[in-house]
Design a protein around this ligand. Sequence first.
Ligand code: CO
Length: 135
Amino acid sequence: MITGLDHIAIAVPDLDAAIQRFMTDFGLDYEGTEEVEAAKTSTAFFPLPPTSIELVHPLRGEGAIAKYLEKRGGGIHHLCFRTDDIEADVARLKDKGYIFTSDAPTPGAHGATVIFIHPKCCDGVLIELSQPAEA
Ligand code: CO
């Protein structure tokens, strides 16, 4: 079941500059940066209860975020819904015809398990489902 808006992610070409903006200019708490090998991203999180802002940047200049930045520059990249049972939600949505960008959930930031719904199924919006490690 989807239980909340986990985070909103922004793709950024210059991670350090974007961290400074959110931390210093906007005054948000900076939780730190994490490399997510499975997604080929460096992510920086700024908790803004009950949700978070995630900055995403390509790891080693590779992967889907690198292609996104090349095509469009920075921008809002995805919304993430928190779920308490990702397998059940994936099965339910697959039954309804939703297409996912991977066959099965993969490791995300913070030890969460994540999967992305193809944007063509959601009016062009990329939606991530994330089950927190402790759930
Ligand atoms: Co995300």
